[in-house]
Structures are given as C-alpha cells and as structure tokens.
Design a binder for this molecule. Sequence first.
Ligand SMILES: CC(=O)N[C@@H]([C@@H](O)[C@H](O)[C@H](O)CO)[C@@H](O)CC(=O)C(=O)O
Length: 230
Amino acid sequence: MASPKKKLQGLVAATITPMTEHGEINFSVIGQYVDYLVEEQGVKNIFVNGTTGEGLSLSVSERRRVAEEWVTKGRNKLDQVVIHVGALSLKESQELAQHAAEIGADGIAVIAPFFLKPWNKDVLINFLKEVAAAAPALPFYYYHIPALTGVKIRAEELLDGIQDKIPTFQGLKFSDTDLLDFGQCVDQNRQRQFAFLFGVDEQLLSALVMGATGAVGSFVFRDLSTLCSN
Ligand SMILES: CC(=O)N[C@@H]([C@@H](O)[C@H](O)[C@H](O)CO)[C@@H](O)CC(=O)C(=O)O
C-alpha cells in the first residue's frame, strides 16, 4: 500500500495555472509562485490542476507540463505536490496518473467523471480504482465536488470499504457544503488514518470543528494556514 512520507494535513494551496496574455501557460513564473507560497504564505503543500488550476480546461499535454513544472520548482522547497488527474476519459486519467508517478509527485486526486456519470457507488469506485492502479505507489485522494460534477453519491457511502478496492486510498478532498456527510465521513473512519481535506473555504471553521485534518483552499493562505495548524 502507498504510504505518504508524511500525512497530508494543514493547508494545501490550490494553485492557479498562470497564463500569458495570449492564453499560453506562463511556466516562467511558477518558480516565483513556489517561493511566494512558502516564504510569504507559509504553505508547503499544493494541489495542482484542480478547479482553481483549471485542469479540466487544459489539454493533457499542458497538464503534464504544468505538473512537471510544479514538481521541479517545488523540489526541496515544498513538502507535498498532489496532482489532480481526473478526466472524462479513463485512459487520459490513467496516463496523467502514471505521469504524476514518473515525475515524482507525492499524490494524485481524481474527481468523478461528470458527463456520462457513474450511477452508483460501485461504478464510481471502479473508475477510481482503474486510475489509482495506474500509479500504484502514489497516495490516492478522491476529490468530492458534487456541485460541479453533478455526481451526488455521498462521500460517506463511497468511503465505506474503499481501501479494499483502492489500497492506495489516503483521503478525501471534500468540496461540498453538506457538513452532515462530511461529519459522517470523519466519524465512521476514525480508526483509519485518512486525510480529510475540506474544500469550501467559507465553511472551514465548521469543518475543522467536525474533524477536518486540513484544507485545500484558494483564499488568504496565511490566515487559513494558521487556522489549520492550530
Ligand atoms: C471549487 C473551488 O474552487 N474550491 C476552492 C475554494 O477555495 C473556493 O474557491 C472557495 O471556497 C470559494 O468558494 C478550493 O477548494 C480549491 C479547489 O477545490 C481546487 O482548486 O480544486
């Protein structure tokens, strides 16, 4: 089973993908971005190509290059770089997962396919399992964001028995306002060492009270990072 060098916790910055005025990715500023996060915001974990990073609006080749640049520029500066590799195509998602492993990322996260949607837990788990299997040594996080995917399968239901199917499963990035579901995820998995990363900045205080072990956020990092470490 994949075990991260250190449990992913505290604040994880959801990075934007910097662009030039011509709509090309501005790779040249990613090094400065790493320094800004570490030195000015006190954040050493990042979540790349997610919602804030507009990963699903990038081509596979752009996603690969963005991931590479963050891993390279973050080396010896960042603690963990998690790459979102979700896609509508299982093959693309697997390619991105394998690539994340090859470049030395610290974890991968995957959203539910959102056009032809999984209609029940088993179908969703089977998709996630196939992606996770493409990077068998990398910690795997499920990215639950039902408002954007339209996949309403409750996270608590999904987590039940998930490590039997996905041995690399390490945690949940929970981007939903259903705190009852979030609380049940935490409560029913107390004996497991899962990371429970909350993704709605506006409700972070409540989520911390309910047992969030960290947050993936895109706002005011310094303030959130203090909250998450206390
Ligand atoms: C959907 C979204 O962008 N969520 C943000 C929040 O920081 C969000 O911007 C904030 O709560 C404002 O609604 C983060 O959780 C980052 C995130 O989910 C991502 O980039 O994948």
